[in-house]
Ligand binder design. Structure first.
Ligand code: FAD
Length: 402
């Protein structure tokens, strides 16, 4: 606690960002898993996260306990995956992000992007081979779509090439910003087949594939715990057995992105919750003019607006979870949630930062970490503009990408 603050003597309401009690809508077994994740986040992640964030380091010490949570393949059915509803998957993603958006991202890249690619675009044989060890988190995955010169335009512009040579494929190119890449085991690489110009997916074993190398991206100001890599593929030879057999074009890549954009909606809601709770607690104890700043009208106005943002995002995501569970989630549904929730997140975390004054820019007071991490969530998995163009195409019937 900073100089100029003191504990209030009367009991104050504990910060609670689940204002409409969404956790209570889970069935008992799912609620128990959510509570387990909350305990893990609060007792294992929270005490060490600021130090790892400041050091740009990944907390490998957490991996054994992470594995014991048994949440590998949450929301996916069969193949050793944990299963469960999309609501559970979402509330757990939100819970991780409420403590730390980086941990949520690490898990989302592995579970959603990497396992999701194999689940949605792999053959039965590929799912049986790769998903069980990934569900046990013995093998960790990443997802390589973005390139140094191709981000938003990935659908039609990938420059990484795949050339068929008998029973193998030769991959050449670079992938940038790839979360988990500097240390994980498996990369899903999306490349353009030079023969038919279509995007195809490949399962690449990072540690044993000649020509595969990764350079860690340094000096980030956001999600500093997530290790992002620049992957270089220099004549990497990949067997046809490792080409995702049901991935025929970018439309199949987009099916994976739909699922993970849905997840970013939850993650950005969780990031707001963490910032709000930290700011509220700060305001309850920070004294100015002889009173807690939480007793001032303008501070309460800001807190109410933050809670409204959070609750609106939670409502939106809960409906999206229902649509997903009913098999009705479409690209533009996920895109609207991704753009709305991440934009609201930016607003909420900036109010949280403002409320903490100078202490709002210091990692020790937590809010600064949420504030900085929000920037990556806002841009990754497709920027705000890209999501709105997807929505715009669906509602107008006109594509306005170029
Ligand atoms: C922390 C982090 C983790 C990431 N992890 C991964 C990962 O694991 N795997 C992966 O493949 N990628 C990953 N990414 C990459 C991410 O998905 C891209 O950064 C994102 O898609 C945007 O691409 P870009 O950065 O190249 O921006 P650009 O595409 O260069 O866009 C720059 C700006 O121009 C705007 N813009 C572009 N085109 C248009 C248009 N037609 N109309 C209007 N505005 C436009 C964009 O909205 C944006 O504001 C990660 C990024 C970050 C920051």
């Amino acid at each position: 606690m900073a100089a100029g603050t003191k504990k209030d003597t009367k009991p104050l309401p504990a910060p609670n960002s689940d204002f409409y009690q969404f956790a209570e809508t889970l069935i008992p077994e799912e609620r128990a898993l959510l509570d387990k994740v909350r305990t893990f986040a609060e007792t294992k992640i929270a005490p060490i996260v600021d130090k790892y964030w400041a050091d740009d380091a990944f907390p490998f010490e957490l991996l054994p306990a992470f594995k014991e949570l048994n949440i590998g393949g949450l929301g996916l059915t069969g193949y050793g995956c944990t299963g469960g509803s999309q609501k559970l998957f979402g509330l757990i993603a939100m819970e991780f992000a409420r403590t730390d958006a980086s941990t949520c991202t690490f898990w989302g890249v592995h579970d959603g992007l990497a396992m999701g690619s194999i689940y949605l675009a792999g053959s039965e044989e590929q799912k049986q081979k790769w998903l069980p060890p990934m569900a046990r988190m013995e093998k960790i995955g990443c997802f390589g779509l973005t390139e140094p010169l191709v981000g938003s335009g990935a659908a039609g512009g990938l420059t990484t090439t795949a050339t068929r040579d008998g029973d193998t494929w030769i991959l050449n190119g670079q992938k940038k910003w790839i979360g988990n890449a500097p240390w994980c085991d498996i990369s899903i690489i999306w490349a353009r087949d030079v023969a038919d110009n279509q995007v195809k997916g490949f399962i690449v074993e990072n540690k044993t594939t000649p020509g595969f190398s990764v350079e860690k991206i340094e000096h980030k100001i956001s999600l500093k715990i997530v290790q992002n890599g620049l992957i270089t593929l220099d004549n990497c030879r990949i067997s046809e057995a490792n080409r995702l057999q049901e991935g025929h074009s970018f439309r199949d890549t987009a099916r994976v992105l739909r699922m993970t954009r849905y997840m970013v909606g939850w993650a950005s809601t969780g990031c707001q919750m963490g910032a709000y709770e930290a700011a509220l607690s700060y305001a309850q104890h920070r004294l100015q003019f002889g009173k807690p700043i939480a007793s001032f009208q303008l501070i309460q106005d800001m807190l109410a607006k933050m809670l409204a943002n959070i609750t609106a995002c939670q409502c939106m995501m809960m409906r999206l979870a229902q649509l997903d569970d009913e098999g009705k989630l479409l690209d533009h549904h996920a895109s609207l949630a991704k753009s709305f929730c991440t934009a609201k997140m930016r607003e909420t975390v900036s109010w949280a930062r403002e409320m903490c004054g100078a202490n709002g820019i210091v990692v020790d007071y937590k809010v600064a970490r949420f504030f900085a991490d929000a920037e990556a969530l806002y841009s990754y998995e497709g920027t705000f503009q890209m999501q709105n163009l997807i929505v715009g195409r669906a509602i107008t019937g006109f594509s306005a990408f170029v």
